[in-house]
Every structure is written in C-alpha cells, then in structure tokens.
Design a protein around this ligand. Sequence first.
Ligand code: BJW
Ligand code: ZN
Length: 239
Amino acid sequence: MKSDLATLKSALASAHAITVLTGAGISSDSGVPTFRGTDGLWRNFRVEDLATPEAFARDPRLVWEWYNWRRELIASKQPNPAHHAVVEIERRAGRFWLITQNVDGLHRSAGSEKLSEIHGNIWMVRCTLCGRIEDNRDVPITLLPSCRHCGGLLRPHIVWFGEPLRHEDLAQSTLALKQCDVLLVIGTSGVVYPAAGFAAVAKEAGAFVAEINPEPTPQSAAVDLVLRGRAKEILPLLL
Ligand code: BJW
Ligand code: ZN
C-alpha cells in the first residue's frame, strides 16, 4: 500500500490545476506566532478583541500598538522551507493559485506570484477618509499615522472580523477552488469564515483535498487525506 505521502505526491504530479490554502501555521515555522496558539496573545487580548472595526473606532492607538508589535516581529522573519516548497509547487504546476489568510507577506518574499492575500497585508495602510491604499514598512509606524493626501487617520489594510473580503479576492479564490484537481490546506485552524468553508467548496467540485497540520481541525474528518506534522517538514517531502 502506498503511504499517504506517496499518494499525495502522485496526486500533485498528475494534477492539472493545484490550489493551496494557507494559514498562520505555515509562518509559525518562521517564528511568527499563530493567532490561536498561546504565543499569539499580546497583553492578554485575543485577536477577536483587536481585529475589529469597533476596536479601532474605540481605541485606534491600542490597535496600532498591537500592529507595531507584530510589524516589528514579522520584519525580522524570513520565509521557511514550507514557503519555498509552495513556490516550487507553483513553478511545476500547469495551473496554480495560492490563497493565503496570512498578512505577513512571507509568501511574496519567498517568490510566490499567483496568490490572493485574502485578509490583506500588514505592510499596507488604508486611509479611513479617502480610501487610498499605500505601502508602509515603517517599524514602528508613527502613532497615530495620518494620510499625506487628506490628513485622515490611516488603518492597516487588513480584513477585520465583520468586514467583507475584497470582491476580486473572493471571486478569484472561488474560481481556483472550483477548478482545481488538488487542494492543499496548510496550517489553518479552519474556524474563520469564509476560508473555513473553502475545503468544502473544492471537495464538492470534485477536488482531492489534503490537510497538512500537526493538530486536528473541524475540516479534518471531511478531507481525503491528512498529513499530521509541521509544514516545513512535510512540504519539502512532496516535491
Ligand atoms: C501548524 C504549524 C506548523 C501550528 N505547520 N501547521 C459563518 C459562521 C460563523 C461566523 C462567521 C461566518 N461568516 C462570517 C463569520 C464571522 C467571522 C468568523 O468567521 N468568525 C469566526 C471566528 C466564528 N468572519 C468574518 O468576519 C470575515 N468576514 C466576513 O465573513 O464578512 C462577511 C460580510 C459580508 C458583507 C458585509 C460584511 C461582512 C472576515 C474574517 C477576517 C479575519 N481576519 C483575521 C484577523 C486579521 C488581523 C491581522 O492579522 O492583523 O485573520 S482573524 C485571524 O484568523 C487572521 C487569520 O488569517 C485568521 C485565520 O487564522 P489561522 O490562519 O487559521 O490561524 P490559527 O492561529 O487559528 O491556526 C493556526 C493553525 O496552524 C492551527 O491549526 C495549528 O495547529 C497549525 N499549526 N504550527 C503547520 N508548524
Ligand atoms: Zn486620505
């Protein structure tokens, strides 16, 4: 009997279209804390207390301080072998799309090109008044940052709870989920929607779905194959 690893390897090799969905777990191997792991807590706030438009409206300084902590942390991190393996899968695949929930930009640094950062990017800011979006790599960012065009308060260009994903990201992701032969779900706890529903979308459309995660998730029982382990150890073995 083939091992699960060999099964997934040959599924990838014969796939015409591959889609990859990633979450914080792939970057934890680079030293970026996950959200729901214990090291992701900042001053004892949960992500649900900070990543909302209400929290920002109430106390923008507090939310920006949290982002400064994270910007400083992420600025010192590098892509790991799992990010590089995803780039290699993209290079070898006929059709490919990467859907990442991560805002750290490490997939781009590794060289991924066909991707949607569905929850935004921590290195971009958006004006709450005129809506302009700009790159900003200041570490730390000035508190409170203001728009150089209109003076409005800047916010992180990130999708918070209760906010819709950008239409084009959702459309592109849905297409990639419905058209792929293989979906790899890597390092996500599968509790935040709409991404938590993506494995089911691909599965319903006929894809072979594999999960790579050291821990079980709500999706584990519904996927075709589970590889229990760390992304940086398992992904290079699939090449
Ligand atoms: C390893 C590893 C290793 C460790 N290798 N693996 C339907 C039902 C119920 C609720 C909702 C619903 N639809 C919408 C909602 C509300 C909400 C939601 O889902 N809430 C749930 C919590 C219940 N969703 C939303 O609000 C979304 N918006 C939306 O749906 O809009 C609809 C709308 C339409 C029209 C008008 C208005 C609204 C938006 C969600 C945005 C989430 N954004 C965040 C915060 C960003 C802040 C920031 O980054 O600065 O994005 S939440 C946070 O969680 C972050 C992450 O991207 C996201 C997912 O977390 P992830 O990546 O899974 O990380 P963890 O920590 O949870 O898990 C890590 C995993 O890695 C674990 O499984 C480990 O085992 C594993 N791991 N080491 C591999 N080495
Ligand atoms: Zn502005």
